[in-house]
Write a protein that binds this ligand. Structure first.
Ligand SMILES: Nc1ncnc2c1ncn2[C@@H]1O[C@H](COP(=O)(O)OP(=O)(O)OP(=O)(O)O)[C@@H](O)[C@H]1O
Ligand SMILES: [Mg+2]
Length: 282
């Protein structure tokens, strides 16, 4: 068939539409983050070995396991602190080379460590902007920073903080955790990693933090949360990943697990009730 200007234009726009559909389908099926055969050793100590894990967009994955199982090493590997000794890290299906904390931040990986690293003697706004203050005509733009902090806390439904000019020292544990999470998501975060966010909290503060985790996932942000508290895990998680003696022994949707099978996997690395994950070679 002879091509006319109209038919050429039509076929270009069809191609364009089909490319957009392909990229939409890709974003639906390609995990945000994939680990393939990831191992990390410190001299003779094999901290994690052969970890295969997919983290999808917008879901909460709970990382569970006994003390020393390798959970913190795994999140530090994802955060670029300990690049893997072996294996591959893929971000939206593309391999990440020379992973560093800075590169992880550029990708949109934000990690809240257990000690939170907030400054007690500064107020909430100052903590939010520490090291990346907004300025106008060479002076701090306090109004802009204060408005943006209020807006972000409102957006994340953090409602118990009375004033963003309160010193962090005066906040409760749950409020501190909320500020640390808010600071982590201030930049365009795609994956927020939380190491034991409710460990030191009482019942109602724990509830607030779990709500905040759900809010993040409802905004499309993936959350990877370490917890020893299975009640919290079954309340908040969409998926579970279980570490045992440095290996990822099981992972899947929360509906595949119950408390008994999770305890079996944590303590023995096996459960007759759920399939365990084999450890393929990268
Ligand atoms: N910097 C390091 N140097 C040497 N060994 C390390 C280092 N960091 C972790 N390890 C070892 O790696 C293993 C996994 O430690 P990791 O901190 O990941 O455990 P975890 O699952 O986070 O435990 P917990 O629940 O107690 O926090 C442990 O045997 C630990 O001693
Ligand atoms: Mg740990």
């Amino acid at each position: 068939m002879e091509s006319t200007p109209e038919s050429t234009e039509l076929s270009a726009s069809l191609n364009d539409a089909s490319e957009r559909v392909d990229s939409w389908v890709d974003s639906q099926v390609t995990p945000l983050l994939s680990l393939r055969g990831v191992s990390k050793h410190f001299g003779p100590v094999q901290a994690i070995q052969g970890v295969n894990l997919d983290i999808p967009d917008g879901q909460v994955t709970a990382l569970i396991g006994d003390n020393g199982a390798g959970k913190s090493v795994l999140i530090k590997t994802i955060s670029g602190i300990w690049p893997p000794s072996q294996g591959r890290i893929l971000w939206r299906g593309k391999e990440v080379h020379d992973h560093t904390p800075r590169y992880a931040a550029e990708l949109g990986i934000a990690t809240v460590y257990q000690d939170l690293a907030l400054c007690d003697n500064l107020d909430i706004v100052q903590n939010m902007y520490l090291g990346r203050e907004e300025t106008k005509f060479g002076v701090l733009d306090e109004i802009k920073m204060e408005l943006a902090t209020n807006r972000l806390l409102k957006d994340l439904s953090v409602s118990t903080v009375k004033s963003v000019r309160q010193l962090v020292a005066s906040l409760s544990g749950g409020q501190r955790q909320a500020i640390a999470v808010a600071r982590a998501v201030m930049r365009d975060s795609k994956l927020v990693i939380l190491d034991e966010p409710t460990a030191a909290l009482g019942v109602s503060q724990t509830h607030q933090v779990l709500e905040l985790i759900r809010t993040l996932s409802s905004r499309g942000i993936a959350v990877l949360v370490i917890s020893h508290n299975l009640n919290d895990v079954f309340q908040v998680a969409d998926r579970i990943a279980v570490m045992h003696l440095g290996s990822l022994v099981s992972n899947g949707p929360i509906s595949d697990y119950d408390t008994a099978s999770a305890v079996d996997l944590i303590t023995t690395g096996q459960s007759s009730r759920v399939p365990t994950t084999s450890v393929p070679i990268p």
